[in-house]
Design a binder for this molecule. Structure first.
Ligand code: CTP
Ligand code: MG
Length: 232
């Protein structure tokens, strides 16, 4: 319990990592000798969250239990559940086993450079706003392009943030948003702030994460993450 509330971290690891082009899914590749997923589970294990739900591909559930959770002693990870074909179906499966919690923190295992400060500031914020995410203010100018890659709009950079995870929600509200999403047709949803925005009309609060909290997506990210992990 943190501030009298029950917190569940849902750690997502059911993706295929197609942009990484590697033999093994990116969440199981090694960074400085430990699996990518190790770092996120370790961060939540050492945080005040009460329990962790790990969402993995069906074929990887035994591996996760034996070679990650048991091996490293991540005893807050009580449930390892099967993911779905899209990120949001993986989240939904994690939510299903999280009944009774007050707040959920949803995190991509592909972001190993998460730290305790990020987790704590999100836990404080979700108690206030009920829907929030960490992110960073955009450093680059961002263009909206047409179908031929001509820039057609340049939104004011001061209004643009890059959204990261973890993202925090009141459990009941997120569940409600998901049940609306399931009734309507889902599509093009890349995170959970979009789901509460679209299906509950609720705004999420953005708080400052860390520029080092990158998502491992393509091969060069591995090199950068290894350096960041040595200097967190
Ligand atoms: N994820 C998941 N279930 C899915 C898709 C994604 O649990 N059906 C997880 C991934 O494991 C990852 C996070 O969501 O930790 C963010 O997704 P992304 O970076 O897009 O990972 P992948 O979908 O695995 O990669 P790609 O899009 O390149 O295939
Ligand atoms: Mg993906």
């Amino acid at each position: 319990m943190y501030k009298g509330k029950h917190f569940t971290a849902i750690v997502l690891a059911a993706g295929k990592g197609s942009r990484m082009n590697s033999d093994i899914p990116k969440q199981y590749m090694k960074l400085n000798g430990k699996e990518v997923i190790y770092y996120s589970l370790k961060a939540f294990q050492d945080s005040p969250v009460d329990n962790i739900v790990l969402v993995a591909g069906k074929q990887d559930i035994d591996f996760c239990r034996e070679e990650i959770v048991e091996k490293y002693g991540f005893d807050k990870t009580k449930d390892i559940v099967e993911g779905g074909s899209e990120r949001y179906w993986s989240v939904r499966n994690g939510l299903t086993v999280s009944k009774g919690t007050d707040y959920v923190l949803i995190h991509d295992s592909a972001r190993p450079c998460i730290n305790d400060k990020i987790i704590l500031s999100l836990m404080d914020e979700v108690i206030i706003s009920g829907a929030c995410t960490v992110g960073v203010s955009a450093k680059d100018t961002i263009k909206v392009v047409d179908e031929n890659n001509y820039g057609i709009k340049t939104p004011d950079r001061n209004t643009l943030w890059q959204v990261q995870t973890p993202q925090g929600f009141s459990y009941n509200e997120l569940l409600m948003a998901y049940s609306e999403m399931e009734k309507n047709n889902a599509g093009n949803i890349t995170d959970d702030t979009m789901i509460v925005e679209r299906y509950l009309g609720k705004k999420s609060k953005l708080i400052l994460g860390d520029y080092r909290n990158i998502k491992i997506t393509t091969p060069e990210d591995i090199l950068i993450a290894e350096i960041f992990l040595e200097n967190l």
